[in-house]
Design a protein. Structure first.
Length: 239
């Protein structure tokens, strides 16, 4: 099976007001945007804001006791036409024990693969994978569980900029700073808001800075030459 999980590994997230929209992007409902940035429904709304990293969205799941790396679209990473995903598959194989210990049968952890520069260059301060979601029975687990399990496994997660009530875009961007907290050389892309409610992840929203240009370091715009933040040797090459 080329799509082991039966479909996409990860869906799309709606944009907050003033966020830069790319092709195929959609805006978050106005009411949801208010909950994230202005006014909660009640005391049960918990808002968590994290730095948005700029790489390739990937996943790692456990099926039949086997650790399976996949692309965002759900294809096995080793079948991708892109070298960055082959590096991802190789990296997961090297760290098989960590993910085997981390994941229960049927679970899938999703995150950003930062090995290749897309629209942001990084001098990475950590390994090239950063986890931002964990799915069990088709649903996201709470951030507390995800972050605790990742800490135990030594897996990087995006920096938390806010944890509590609603957080304005201005406050989040101030806490993000110019280059964020993960070694970005270029301006940090933005942030992701997460609303958890009554023991479940209710919905997510994101903000991307208006001047962000997607994919400016991809080979298609560089005469076929990829720019790497990381290589299998572990050395960073972003320039």
């Amino acid at each position: 099976m080329n799509k082991p999980f039966g479909g996409k590994s990860y869906g799309s997230i709606g944009h907050l007001p003033a966020s830069r929209l790319g092709p195929g992007d959609h805006k978050l409902a106005e009411g949801q945007a208010r909950i994230l940035t202005e006014r909660p429904r009640d005391r049960h709304d918990l808002i968590i804001v994290q730095e948005k990293l700029d790489g390739s969205n990937v996943g790692i799941g456990k099926l039949g006791g086997v650790i399976v790396p996949v692309t965002r679209a759900g294809w096995r990473a080793e079948t991708s036409p892109y070298p960055q995903h082959h590096h991802f598959a190789g990296w997961v194989a090297q760290h098989w024990t960590r993910f085997n210990d981390l994941l229960a049968e049927g679970e899938r952890i999703c995150g950003e693969w930062l090995a290749q520069a897309h629209g942001t260059r990084y001098l990475l301060r950590h390994e090239p994978f950063a986890a931002f979601d964990l799915f069990r029975d088709g649903k996201r687990v709470l951030w507390e569980e995800l972050s605790t399990r990742c800490d135990r496994a030594g897996i990087t997660t995006p920096t938390v900029l806010h944890h509590g009530g609603p957080c304005s875009i201005e406050t989040a961007m101030t806490r993000l700073g110019g280059q964020g907290h993960h070694g970005a050389i270029d301006p940090a892309e933005g942030a992701v808001w997460r609303c958890e409610r009554k023991g479940e992840v209710d919905f997510l929203g994101k903000y991307v800075r208006p001047d962000k240009v997607d994919g400016i370091y991809l080979p298609e715009l560089r005469g076929g030459e990829a720019l790497w933040n990381w290589e299998p040797s572990g050395m960073s090459r972003a320039t």
